[in-house]
Design a protein around this ligand. Sequence first.
Ligand SMILES: Nc1ncnc2c1ncn2[C@@H]1O[C@H](COP(=O)(O)OP(=O)(O)OP(=O)(O)O)[C@@H](O)[C@H]1O
Length: 837
Amino acid sequence: MSDAAATPMMKQYLAMRRDLPEDVLLLFRLGDFYEMFFEDAKVASGILNVALTKRNGVPMCGVPHHAAQSYIGRLIRAGKRVAIGEQVGEVIPGKLVQREVSEVISAGTVTDGRFIEADKGHFLAGIFKEGKKFGLACVDLTTGGFEVGEFDSVEALHDELTRLTPSELLYAEEQKDLLEVLGTPRGAQVCEGYLFLQEQGFHALTKHFAVQSLDGFGCGEMTAGVCAAGAVMQYLQFQLRKDVGHLKRLRVMSSLDGVWIDAASQSHLELVQSRGGAEHTLLHALNRTCTPMGARLLRRWVLHPLSDLEKLVARQDGVAALLKDGRLLGQVREMLKEIRDMERTSGRLSQGSGNARDLSSLAQALNLVPGLKMLLEEVQGGAAKGLIAQLHGQMFDLTELAAEIETALVEEPPATIKDGGIFREGIFAELDELRSASMQGRDWLAKLQNDEIERTGIKSLKIKYNAVFGYFIEITKSNLSSVPADYVRKQTTSNAERFITDGLKRMEDKILGADERAKALELEEFVALRTRAMAQLESIQQTAEAMATVDVLGSLAETARLFNYARPALSESRDLFIRDGRHPVLDQQLAGERFVPNDTELEGVEGCRLMVITGPNMAGKSTYIRQVALLTLMAQVGSFLPAAEAHIGLVDRIFTRIGASDDLSKGQSTFMVEMNETALILNHATERSLVILDEIGRGTSTFDGLSIAWSVAEHLHDVIGARTLFATHYHELTALAGICSGARNFNVAVKEWNQQIIFLRKIVAGSAEKSYGIQVARLAGVPEGGLHRARGILDRLEAGHPPNEGITIMRETETEPVVRKRRPVVEVDDSQLSLFG
Ligand SMILES: Nc1ncnc2c1ncn2[C@@H]1O[C@H](COP(=O)(O)OP(=O)(O)OP(=O)(O)O)[C@@H](O)[C@H]1O
């Protein structure tokens, strides 16, 4: 549509639309509706399943403003960005009201609780490659968290993105290839390159934080990181027009100095996600937090284990102090349950979207601080140092603010801030006067109704109200003959007529005028109170952060208490000693059926550093090696362990190669995925790493597979020296124990009874004698005929004969027997065994 032919309102719309990126849908406020036009209307009506209409040839659709949030949420979920064109000026009949884009909402920046998960951070991230570095910045608008980091490899960036799973990921249009290497993550949003310019980003960040340099945040040297962070900041400020006042500081990502866990290992170890459902994850086994902010922090801790001994011991001390007295721990946890999500509540309040309920729940939380601090003093038992003491010091007493809020607000404030009913009586004299004027008016109306009934003799006469006509007198059709002459008819309905009088309209002006003024006044005073509260935002954020940390420590203590965990001794050594260790997830799930505990003894320098574990299928090999990895990881989160005793020499990285699945999306076969993971381990493991391998090379021919497995194990032992657990079906690998000084054989014990096997689940020294594959196949229900045949072949193979020489196999479809020839035996070529040497 050309502007010239358009109505003034349509001109206004078109001008606003032109300023927005094409993919953004514009919701244009028209009275009680948000309307969409042209292409936007076509797209949105399909997603929202609302009627697409046409006016003057323009396609349009609309949603009522009072229900807009849920419609916006649906558009965002469908991957759209939504701009809100709000009415800003006064509405004067006959004049075009002024409108402005108040904000643009995108997947990474929705803050409405209905569309985000309470126990997970909600991130908008930005990535940028500069030179050899990969920069990453991420912001959580719901809490005000803002972090930046740099990575040396695209794999490391990918690992971090897997942990964060941002809802929206910004990238520069000229770095599309970077996005492709990362597998085009969900929520990818292309941005023009200028947004990532370093100087501009630096300027945007230093201006926002009111600092001269970024050195104080520890990221002054991060070029790629600053480009990414600058882009995120400018995107929020200028493209989405967000209020970012609550982003009070920038932090360097903690993962940079923590334990590195690659994306595949995060998934293999089922840290926060599992194919079998959330209850099978490590996070679920450890999570007994009482607040959503605690749950989010625990998730971070699990995904970012530490390698700093001092910090870990501080966490352990915190857990120990809380664990010491079960009664106190219970009291702390009870109190935390009352606090709820102070972080996100203050996030909403500081962005101007928080209502009186938010303010009131903030006050409730702040009022609990002194009590919680007293409990922490008891927990600390007079200690002036340590994590608990530090957290205690980080909690601010803001009870004065809480009192101001609680004195002013009604007990149960409404969900909207525009319709009044927020403040108690006796707080603002003017508000009280307006309310009483309105009240008197209503009394006057009640009296008028009685008087008019008496005057007219119509018993059913009623004074009613609606938004279109205001107050009116309703007379049923049968009584119309008694209507006095001074009544002015306004409307006819199916069985009544509606009238007004001069006196009624005069009073209506007074009542509605008072109501309107009261609402406006309440809104104004509420915003003022919210602004006063948010002047303390930094103290509130710090208090919330301390509470979340106490919650996580409390959760670790509670889990330790319930499942009888032991505090592991931590050191910088390369040892790993666990007595009677249990798998943290299975241990809790097999509550009735006892989980069989197992020992681990690795000694990186001189003792055993490569455990080769054989044993039948289903015996428990995978469970055992995962258990060792999980316990090591838990120790580096600061948790106690499901074990009788443990000594963990801190690891710098945990690598796993478990199972195999095709990554069809990347066009990679099972074997290729397996080899990629193996290459990653061999290229990045160090002598301080822990490596667990659950079979290697199964996806190829036996001899290729065996050769690869052998040389990988040898390389890890001889060259890298990482502590390694290798579960395998290749019995040939047990020969490594005779060659490598630090390799030992173990197997999972089973008992054979009556052609059946009984799993003992116990790891014992020595290699397994047999595979028991056929017995396991029986357990799985393979028919007896098949088992019998398999046993026959096995006997032949064990006796050194080929499986089917001279044996005829009859296929159902063939009339003539087919004689199968055996594959020639291939000699193992020694050169294949030193692939990496
Ligand atoms: N220590 C244990 N105590 C009790 N049950 C256990 C124990 N270890 C394993 N299990 C049970 O045994 C099942 C099989 O274990 P797991 O998958 O580890 O066997 P596996 O030896 O790796 O088998 P495969 O070689 O076929 O992969 C597990 O699902 C678990 O329920």
